[in-house]
Write a protein of this length. Structure first.
Length: 100
């Protein structure tokens, strides 16, 4: 796995961990949270394991958990600016290729 993908996976894993922590604090099951945001129990489980999500899903999660969206992204990151820039540039390159 490339270093850039490691950065993205770490970011997503930390969001997933925050979702799991907040869900458990609210004593919600995977099923209950899923029902509140229109996802299955398995989809919520995948989010908690670090699968990619949309901003819409992030907003739905924060509303269902009764928190501000930024609370799901409050964590210590060791991300280097250069690694984040590479990740953005790779994404830009992939989009340009898909348009051609």
């Amino acid at each position: 796995m490339s270093k850039e993908k490691d950065v993205l996976q770490d970011f997503l894993s930390q969001i997933g961990s925050a979702v799991r922590k907040k869900r458990k604090e609210k004593a919600m099951s995977l099923e209950k949270l899923g029902l509140e945001i229109g996802l299955t129990r398995m989809q919520v489980h995948r989010i908690e394991k670090g699968y990619n999500i949309t901003m819409t899903t992030l907003l739905k999660l924060s509303i269902a958990l009764g928190i501000e969206p930024n609370e799901l992204m409050k964590f210590d990151s060791n991300f280097k600016k250069e690694d984040l820039e590479k990740l953005v540039n790779i994404s830009k390159g992939n989009k340009a290729k898909s348009i051609e």
